[in-house]
Write a protein that binds this ligand. Structure first.
Ligand code: ATP
Length: 532
């Protein structure tokens, strides 16, 4: 879409045209592990292709091959029927391939136009007027709603993602790779994204849509390719499959997932909860496991947490809903002990832990599952060592030496229980995103915490793992743990939480019982549309 024109787009496809992108026989091995095994995949003009697979199935590796980040051991990549070697993302972009991942790379203090200019023009030759014209024409062609002059720091997560889409599109983009694009979006933003994708498809772009959300894949894709353990196990037009079949294909099970699992996953339209043991909640007066009063946190002169008060009882899941960036991260940090509140009080089982450091909180029975998984593991350390990091005393023998046998046995048990696709001795940095998340979950849940702080516990997890994590959280709650569940996935909150609070601009603006909570009410509270 350079200079306001869109070569390749608007030109009707003819039946004999080669696909825009064709990968053939792609194999990529890491040591003895085959991440992609003879994979062939094509994306045609005006086509949205879904790429599905369990955690560790090889999706990211394939995307990296298509975007010039990973060179395959064997196999070819063709664009418009011509074989190409993509040595870097820069070459991929020049060849018409764009990618939008969950991690945005935007300069917050700059405007939309400035960010696009920075990403697309050589430094020193930035022409803001030309960049603005490009942004405007791209917005016009794609129907994306965005103010080119808005500073990025004032934009919502959904709008920031649109900036990333515009950045990808201004490079004569013909193939747009969207890597789990809805994982960070609220429902309204998902709808806006889908209408953008629909519009791009009509304009002739090819889209590779990578997702774990089967209902979304069913809705937006024309064709779906399923990977299992590095191989393509199915390729079907979307009309030939339903979410349940897709789940079974991904997992390679004869048995499709249970209704509860499929519902919780968004694999069916049925809400899941009735199959889940919600009745076990203990009622009546019990001392809260976690009690938070007047919690305030000031950052850069802004009250990012403002007089937050909440309680989580034993055997209760308190859901925290909110659009990303409304204090959820700071709440978790303040409770976990990685941020110092400016005021207020935090009690765990009646003990004041407001000034306690992280190890002291862990010792008292706090468990945490932070949003930024990479910050919670040591990538250069092995899976087995990461799994005992928060429990070193339990695995340490006399003279401060780790009991290596016990560490190995612990890792083997958790790897089997959580179906983590890794060996105990693998470095965590080499794990797929979902498998890294499973390591963190296994570590947190294995400690049987008295209070578990769980932020986005299933983000990036595949069908089987999503359902399994929900079962584990409910089981933990039924054993008496108090769970504070921070999630941007409303289906997840509604499936798991006994009560819900809504955070908006650092304040609790609403509290709802499970029975009164609907996506609509939550949505209104989250956007400030309804008073508590
Ligand atoms: N740099 C690397 N070194 C070693 N192994 C790797 C490396 N990158 C990926 N792998 C392995 O390759 C396999 C495929 O990983 P990949 O990230 O492609 O999976 P994925 O389908 O994207 O998973 P997820 O849904 O969890 O993101 C995994 O077993 C992973 O551990």
């Amino acid at each position: 879409m350079t200079d306001g024109t869109s070569p390749g787009l608007d030109t009707p496809a003819s039946a004999g045209d080669p696909p825009y992108l064709q990968l053939q026989g792609v194999t990529k091995q890491y040591g003895s592990l085959v991440a992609n095994d003879d994979v062939s995949l094509s994306v045609g003009r005006g086509e949205v292709v879904g790429l599905l697979g369990e955690n560790g199935a090889g999706k990211s590796t394939l995307m990296k091959v298509a975007y010039g980040l990973v060179r395959p051991d064997t196999g070819t990549l063709s664009l418009d029927g011509r074989p190409r070697t993509l040595g870097s993302p820069r070459e991929a972009r020049a060849a018409g391939i764009g990618i939008v991942t969950q991690e945005f790379s935007l300069v917050e203090t700059m405007t939309v136009t400035e960010n696009v200019a920075l990403a697309t023009m050589p430094l020193g030759r930035v022409d803001l007027a030309a960049a603005r014209a490009r942004v405007l024409s791209t917005l016009d062609e794609t129907g994306v709603d965005l103010d080119p002059d808005a500073p990025v720091e004032a934009l919502s997560i959904g709008e920031r993602q649109r900036v990333e889409i515009v950045k990808a599109l201004v490079h004569e983009c013909r193939i747009l790779i969207l890597d789990e694009p809805t994982a960070v979006l609220v429902p309204q933003d998902v709808e806006a994204l889908f209408s953008t994708v629909t519009r791009l498809r009509s304009a002739g772009l090819g889209v590779l849509f990578v997702s774990h959300k089967l209902r979304e894949v069913e809705r937006i894709c024309d064709r779906v390719v399923v990977l299992r353990r590095g191989r393509v196990v199915a390729e079907r037009p979307i009309g030939d499959v339903d979410a349940r079949t897709l789940a079974a294909l991904m997992m390679g099970d004869a048995e499709p997932p249970s209704t509860a699992a499929a519902g919780a996953l968004g694999a069916t339209d049925e809400p899941a909860p009735e199959e889940q043991p919600h009745a076990a909640r203990q009622d009546g007066p019990a001392r809260p496991r976690l009690a938070v009063a007047d919690l305030t946190l000031v950052r850069s002169g802004r009250r990012v947490l403002d007089d937050v008060a909440l309680e989580v009882g034993p055997g209760e899941i308190l859901g925290v809903a909110g659009v990303s960036g409304n204090g959820q991260t700071e709440l978790l940090e303040a409770l976990a002990g990685t941020a110092t509140p400016s005021g207020g009080r935090i009690e765990l089982d009646g003990h004041d832990i407001t000034g306690a450091d992280v190890p002291a909180r862990l010792e008292r029975g706090l468990g945490r599952l932070t949003e930024d998984r990479r910050a919670s593991v040591v990538g250069t350390m092995t899976v087995e060592d990461n799994l005992v990091l928060e429990d070193l005393a339990r695995f340490t023998r006399r003279a401060g030496l780790l009991d290596r046998g016990a560490v190995r046995a612990h890792a083997e048990e958790l790897i089997a229980r959580y179906a983590i696709r890794a060996r105990p001795t693998d470095r965590v940095a080499t794990l797929s995103g979902g498998n890294m998340q499973k390591v963190l979950l296994a570590r947190a849940l294995a400690r049987r915490p008295r209070v578990l702080l769980a932020a986005q516990p299933t983000r990036g997890l595949d069908v089987g793992a999503y359902a399994y994590v929900h079962e584990q959280l409910l089981a933990l709650r039924n054993e008496g743990t108090g769970v504070l569940l921070i999630s941007e996935d409303l289906d997840e909150l509604l499936a798991l939480a006994d009560r819900l609070v809504v955070l908006l601009r650092g304040r609790v603006v609403g509290a709802l019982d499970r029975a009164d909570a609907t996506p609509q009410r939550l949505g209104l509270l989250m956007t400030g549309g309804e008073a508590a």
